[in-house]
Design a protein around this ligand. Sequence first.
Ligand code: NAP
Length: 605
Amino acid sequence: MRFAARFLILYGSQRGQAQSIAEEICQQAAEHGFTADISCLSNQHKYNVDREIRPVVFVVSTTGDGDPPDTAHKFVRKIKNKSLVHDHFSHLRYALLALGDTNYANFCNGGKTIDSRLQQLGAKHFYATGHADDGTGLEVVVDPWIEGLWDALKKIFSSMSSSNQQSADLSDCTQDNYHKNASGQEKNKSGLEVDLQLLKLSEVDSQKGKTITSDSSDVETLSTALVASLKQSVPPLSESVLNVPALPASYLEVCLEQVSTEGETVPSDKDGYREVSISKAVQLTQDDAVKNAILLELDISEQSIAYQPGDAFDILCPNRASEVEELLLRLDLQTQKNCAVQVNLLKNKHLPKLQPRAYSAASSSLQHPGKVHFVFNVVEFPACPEHPARTGLCTGWLADHVSSILRPLGTVPASEHLGTSSQPKVHVRPRPSSTFHLPADPSIPVVMVGPGTGVAPFIGFLQQREKEREANQEATFGETWLFFGCRHKDKDFLFRYELERFEHNGTLSHLIVCFSRDEPDAAGTVNTPTYVQHNLRLHAKNVASILLKNKGSLYVCGDAKNMAKDVNDTLLEIIGNELQIDKLDAMKIVAGLREEKRYLQDIWS
Ligand code: NAP
């Protein structure tokens, strides 16, 4: 016989974060005396919340403009069904962990949507909802939330048990109709006393780190609990203060198979990744620029990958070879480095799975059929006492990976005559955006704000618009404004010649650029705006009129931490001044623009 109170974990994940947190909870459950079943919200045949009597733990992420993840769409549609009665979920006891990012509008809205609808339909929390912020680090909320979950589960099982609700279903504590409690008394399996005793045992069990496995050992566990051993002490020792420092917990479990492996492990197709060639790599910045920006062209012609400007691509990068070597050294596994290794993370340890990196498409397939471009800065971390200078994992790897074909802007590619077999390869997966696209009606005016590499999706927008204008010369096209910013006009003005061409041929009505680190002119008379928001202020009337009178759209792409916040504040100021309203009312208007998908952000930190 084994006691294990059973609960259900349901997760809705977009990029795998919610899933890995849910799996973490599932793993930890056993250690706390519980058994957890786990399912993705999209696998609706695997669970049925309409009849679920076990406590349910939801872990739900947020995507797009505050939307639930794609995997939760069906579930959300189902619970939003208007025909459901007000107490439809009155049987349901649940806890919910919502994931989000305060850099984006509608923080944690995926989880909040599910939470509020479950409440409306009578479901009850057995533990307060957690709202974890990727902007400050998910673990700040996730870790304590999980820690508190176990007590909350114990309480809910205890209270469900004492109200004699479905006690037999709450646990698989019997193999037959009868068993003994801790005092050796026989009780019927549906008997209240049995469950309460077992819950107490379960507490003892989790404190002592032992598993109750049979009737007789239940008794044994209690009677041996007070015998001193190497694993446990008894009073007075157990009551005295001990100063032995705790060993750091181990976090990896390594199993080696004596099978020699060659080459890299490639991701399986089911993850949606495809291997494509990098047909071009161009350095967009001068050597002395503050940041080194590189444009890559991927050949997707043989992979039938479709995308629209505004979409992004996930890039899978391997771990850095030097860091793998260091790890092998630390684990004393160097001699076995060519063996197949299965590495498992031990419970309670948030070393997160290597996540793909997303880059916005900086091209339109109308302009570059069969190709997609993207641009990135090689992220650099200066040396510090803990480690030497290093580059960002994916951007550093990409820069090394394309070094043989990298050429400066304006030079002829040396690799074009080479076959695709000699081109570097990369695994990519499209990540379509649900909203960040040009308006379907081309007559709608748009304002684009994209300093630095944040200009990427707008290059795609403008390439598309250029082609559409060529093909439909009679059509009406709305005004297009681009606010771009970089540090130095001559060093990092990304896509300068292409942007000037767009302006010249009318694709771009207004190209407004600022340089944050260029000196004012020799006479010192030119007061150059430093940042994009300063130029927005200078063109406040036009911006306000596009958004408030002409039903236009505002797109912002780039740094989430500072730029996007400052641009948002400037927008509030512009709207406040234009309509002569206070900040609160301006905020309501801006919220309305977001709601109508006329204020869209693609911002990353
Ligand atoms: P960046 O560091 O944002 O710098 C671009 C310009 O913005 C510089 O002139 C910088 O000036 C200025 N700036 C600094 N603080 C600002 C503020 N508070 N408001 C307005 N402008 C400000 O450019 P980046 O390195 O290219 O980074 C762009 C961001 O976009 C990154 O977060 C990146 O992850 C993100 N992003 C990239 C892609 C892509 O596909 N690669 C797509 C979308 C977003 P100073 O440095 O002189 O202060």
